[in-house]
Design a protein around this ligand. Structure first.
Ligand code: BMA
Length: 312
């Protein structure tokens, strides 16, 4: 598979990007973007955020043998709840799924959207066909929930992005049962003057490396034409993820290609998951301009090294 290096981004785009657009959708909708990948029995699965024609989002499923060419299933697999406590909080849709395998099942954190704001919800699945909702795990004003793939010191851990005084930072929280969360503290904040000076949010569920937890996050800079969404990387302490070991000074992916620049929301690359391959490469799947899904790759060792280098 050929990868193209555009600009000097550390992540290299696949030359067949974007991998999914509206043209690939087997049912009427407005757009497809922000999908989370898993590799299940040698098959690549993408749980996709689809925005329907009415304007609210739900999830569909795509399958692939190679991680590049995907077929989208004919019907959505996970739609806003129509009964129970989730019904009210998902009235304006469900967005930005992130899947983590833990406790023998896939757990998907997603954003539940309602007239009182957005909050984080959690569901589990074994096959991405049927989902069991576990809990609404935050109050409104919080999104970008990503679950760590293992317990740390006996507790579940997540990153998320509450907004306080207009500042969006990445926080760490803990839970004993995946339902009640607390012991929260701020982890990464926007950096004045940098590409991530406006807001930052968790993007890819943390990946264990020999150097610590790799978190690929998104950061925005506000401009006179609106925000620019880019992806960055940080390493967190293996045993205490409230400690940042390294944070890359420069983005690892920035919107440059037309499908990232132009769309419903232009200038957006928005990862929601990644697959680490046995050959040491990482495939990062990202939404592009809220209108398509694309993939880019790097050697894990290059990603880690990028955090060591002096950047200008
Ligand atoms: C974020 C989320 C994403 C979206 C991005 C760019 O706040 O809502 O779903 O892709 O904005 O519009």
């Amino acid at each position: 598979m050929k990868y193209r290096r555009k600009g000097r981004d550390l992540l290299h785009r696949w030359e067949g990007n974007p991998i999914l657009t509206l043209d690939d959708m087997p049912f009427p909708c407005n757009s497809v973007f922000n999908g989370t990948p898993v590799k299940l029995n040698d098959e690549y699965i993408l749980l996709l955020r689809v925005e329907g024609q009415k304007g609210y989002s739900f999830f569909a499923l795509a399958r692939s043998e190679d991680g590049f060419y995907f077929r989208v299933e004919k019907k959505p697999v996970f739609e806003p709840a129509r009964k129970g406590i989730f019904e009210f909080y998902e009235r304006r849709g469900i967005e930005d799924p992130r899947a983590t395998y833990i406790d023998g099942a896939y757990h998907v954190m997603y954003t539940a959207v309602s007239e009182v704001g957005y909050r984080i919800a959690l569901a589990s699945t074994n096959d991405f066909r049927s989902f069991e909702r576990i809990a609404l795990v935050s109050e409104p004003g919080n999104k970008d929930g990503v679950l760590f793939p293992e317990k740390i010191a006996g507790r579940y851990v997540r990153l998320d992005r509450p907004i306080g005084l207009g500042v969006g930072s990445i926080w760490v929280s803990y839970s004993n049962d995946l339902q009640s969360w607390g012991d929260s503290s701020v982890l990464l904040s926007p950096r004045r003057g940098y590409w991530d000076s406006f807001r930052v949010g968790a993007s890819v569920p943390p990946i264990m490396t020999e150097h610590g937890w790799l978190e690929i996050y998104h950061g925005t800079k506000m401009t006179s034409a609106g925000p620019i969404y880019r992806a960055g990387a940080a390493l967190l302490d293996q045993n205490d993820p409230t400690k940042v070991i390294k944070r890359c000074d420069i983005p690892i992916l920035a919107p440059r290609d037309e499908y990232e620049r132009i769309g419903d929301v232009g200038n957006v690359v928005f990862p929601c998951g990644a697959i680490v391959e046995p050959d040491g490469h990482i495939k990062v799947y990202y939404g592009a301009a809220d209108t398509a899904i694309a993939v880019a790759t790097a050697k894990m060792s290059d990603l880690i090294q990028c955090m060591e280098m002096e950047k200008t």
